[in-house]
Design a protein around this ligand. Structure first.
Ligand code: 13P
Ligand code: SF4
Length: 343
């Protein structure tokens, strides 16, 4: 049973204004019902680090895109994955865990970055570039549809993009869809020619260097952690550029006790909950897609086992190849069980 007082104490660390005791009573009631339904449905709940704080309370695993794909690939006992994140992430769970029913509690939770790479446009661009660069390798960020992943040689996440590109045998790489991450990788791998796709994440792209300089000047002695989807003029101000889980690990292990996490605001909420003895300042923006899933959506989706994410098998198999290649290139010991046995 969830205790409203405990929830109140914990969740007000993320947002003192919103999580009143009355709101926490309502949350506790819903969480109790979700916990019961998870058992009845033999479901696991995976949540991305940007989700609403109350969702973390009922998640079996919380992580970044890499951690979530690893985790989904290890789900062998459950019948259902309730995926609290955005559409491409739920698709990735289906790719690596095809035997499970994968449910995205709110189908409106898309990702405008993933939507910037339409599969037909990508196919056309690959053909065009292959004429010019017969040696072209295609690396796609995990923030792409499964149909786009199926056309790529390897997938990557914010945690391993540089390692994946560096390990590719090709000298010329088309990187899609995030131009900021392409620039970030190009700086670190000067020996390769990296051709960017012109996409960007509206959340990270809008963060300005001035915001960071202002917070930093007002609070000297803090560490600045930046997501690689940010622009180069913002990454230049960072002590470290990391994935969302990379930022959490950094903050936990560091001897410093004051941080600025430059990414979607949900990460600062999670840090305040998970690392209560340290201080986290904000220079962040909210992703409207990541905040779409509510506890009511989760409850409803567990009742109805809808909306389900399905994929044509040829697309699933193609995307699985790109994801498996990512693990083979960077961390062969981590290949999830389901991908090891795949044909
Ligand atoms: P992470 O894989 O670092 O959690 O990033 C996912 C994402 O969508 C960032 O905008
Ligand atoms: Fe997509 Fe950006 Fe939202 Fe991440 S933060 S889900 S990349 S729109």
């Amino acid at each position: 049973m969830f205790d409203p007082e405990e929830l109140h104490e914990k969740l007000t660390r993320a947002d003192p204004g919103y999580y009143t005791i009355d709101v926490c009573r309502d949350i506790a009631r819903k969480l109790d019902r979700i916990a019961e339904l998870k058992i009845e449905r033999n479901a696991v709940l995976l949540a991305h680090n940007y989700q609403r704080p109350e969702i973390f309370e009922v998640a079996d695993f919380t992580g970044d895109s890499l951690g979530l794909s690893l985790q989904a690939g290890e789900v062998t006992e459950a019948d259902v994955i309730i995926f609290c994140g955005v559409h491409f992430m739920a698709e990735t769970s289906k790719v690596v865990s095809p035997a499970c029913k994968v449910i995205l509690p709110n189908l409106q939770a898309g990702c405008s970055l993933a939507d910037m790479a339409d599969a037909d446009d990508v196919a056309e661009r690959i053909d065009e570039l292959r004429e010019q660069y017969p040696d072209l390798g295609v690396v796609c960020y995990v923030n792409t549809t499964a149909a786009v992943k199926a056309m790529c040689d390897a997938c990557c996440t914010s945690a391993n993009a540089v390692d994946v590109i560096r390990s590719m045998p090709n000298e010329t790489i088309l990187y899609l869809p995030d131009k900021n991450m392409a620039a970030y990788a190009a700086k670190r791998i000067p020996e390769k020619k990296i051709i960017p796709w012109e996409g960007y994440c509206y959340v990270h792209h809008e963060i300005e260097p001035g915001e960071i300089i202002r917070v930093k000047n007002a609070n000297p002695g803090m560490k600045v952690l930046v997501h690689p989807e940010c622009r180069d003029d913002v990454i230049k101000l960072a002590d470290a550029a990391l994935s969302t889980s990379g930022m959490i690990e950094y903050a936990k292990q560091s001897d410093f006790d004051r941080f600025l996490a430059v990414t979607e605001c949900g990460l600062s909420d999670l840090l305040r909950i998970q690392v209560p003895n340290k201080q986290f300042f904000r220079a962040c923006k909210i992703c409207r897609f990541m905040k779409m899933i509510t506890l009511d959506n989760v409850l409803d989706s567990l009742e109805k086992l809808q909306p389900e994410i399905t994929l044509p098998e040829d697309v699933r198999v193609g995307a699985e190849k790109a994801i498996r290649r990512m693990f083979e290139l960077t961390s062969p010991d981590l290949i999830p069980a389901a991908l090891k046995t795949a044909v």
